[in-house]
Design a protein around this ligand. Structure first.
Ligand SMILES: NC(=O)c1ccc[n+]([C@@H]2O[C@H](COP(=O)([O-])OP(=O)(O)OC[C@H]3O[C@@H](n4cnc5c(N)ncnc54)[C@H](OP(=O)(O)O)[C@@H]3O)[C@@H](O)[C@H]2O)c1
Length: 262
């Protein structure tokens, strides 16, 4: 698995497995399938209600803990230390690899400071943000001690966040793409440009999408409950897109959310 080096030198796989909208009862099976398929980054959140399933799968897999990278996200700004400890317990681990504030909640700088403390205490290896834009992002980077290692944002071929990527490069914050397939909205899997490129490479549209994002230096965490799709989605490291393919896909950018949250 290819990795990226975060701004504190922690290595993170560039492709992982997202578990949003997977029920708690199905999470253990899905994460075990993903680990068996070769995924080593699992992206969960307190909000998803399935951290316990991730913890069960990681333990049951028999894979050494230090070979698996676990991301989780905090959903509230109250008793942040208690929240972190609760995640550690559900995930059955004594450290979290990457901890994010899930979205802007108010008091975010205070929350972030507790997260910084948790890094010093060894409970967390890297910290960052999710769904932080504009002034909310600036408020953290202008006052923090530890620069956010990532900002996890809706990012896909129709919403590429190119300006933000350039900005983040300055302080070493990685862009991590949530919903790399836009959850299939806007007919993404049937887009004729993507389908044409996929045909040329004898690949699927999903693989072309992930390859495009990875080649753009974006961390991706596609979700699937189907093992054959997990296999499809991880098999993107043995081909590459040429400059012309990249330009064609860059031209699909509408710079607009498919979810209307932001
Ligand atoms: N920070 C945030 O606010 C935030 C928000 C949303 C998501 N996320 C994270 O990002 C991860 C990914 O985003 P997402 O789950 O929203 O959506 P996504 O990965 O863009 O899309 C998932 C959808 O695509 C389908 N799919 C997966 N692989 C496929 C393939 N090869 N061919 C055809 N269809 C395929 C899945 O169906 P099946 O499952 O039926 O295969 C599912 O319906 C989440 O799981 C979560 O970890 C974070």
């Amino acid at each position: 698995m290819e990795t990226v080096k975060l701004n504190n030198h922690v290595e993170m796989p560039i492709l992982g497995f997202g578990v949003y909208q997977i029920s708690l009862s199905d999470t253990k099976r899905c994460v075990m399938d993903a680990l068996e398929t070769g995924y080593r980054l699992i992206d969960t959140a307190q909000y998803y209600g399935n951290e316990a399933g991730v913890g069960e799968a990681v333990t049951a897999s028999g894979i050494p803990r230090n070979k698996i990278f676990i991301t989780t996200k905090i959903q509230s700004n109250r008793n942040v230390t208690g929240l972190i400890d609760a995640s550690l317990e559900k995930l059955r681990t004594d450290y979290i690899d990457l901890l994010l504030i899930h979205w802007v909640m108010g008091n975010d700088l205070a929350t972030y400071r507790v997260m910084e403390e948790s890094v010093k205490q060894g409970k967390v290896r890297a910290i960052g943000l999710s769904n932080f834009y504009g002034r909310d992002f600036d408020n953290i980077i202008n006052h923090c001690e530890i620069m956010p290692a990532v900002n996890q944002l809706e990012t896909h071929v129709f919403y590429q966040n190119r300006d933000l990527r350039a900005l983040y490069k300055k302080n070493g914050t990685y862009l991590e793409a949530w919903a790399p397939f836009g959850e299939g909205k806007a007919n993404m899997f049937k887009n004729p440009i993507l389908a044409g490129i996929a045909r040329e490479h004898n690949r699927t549209v999903a693989q072309v999408i992930l390859r495009f994002l990875i080649q753009s230096d974006i961390i991706v965490i596609p979700k699937s409950t189907h093992k054959e799709r997990m296999v499809e989605n991880i098999n993107v490291f043995d081909f590459s897109l040429c400059e012309e393919d990249m330009r064609k896909i860059e031209a699909l950018d509408k710079n607009e959310s498919l979810f209307g949250w932001y």
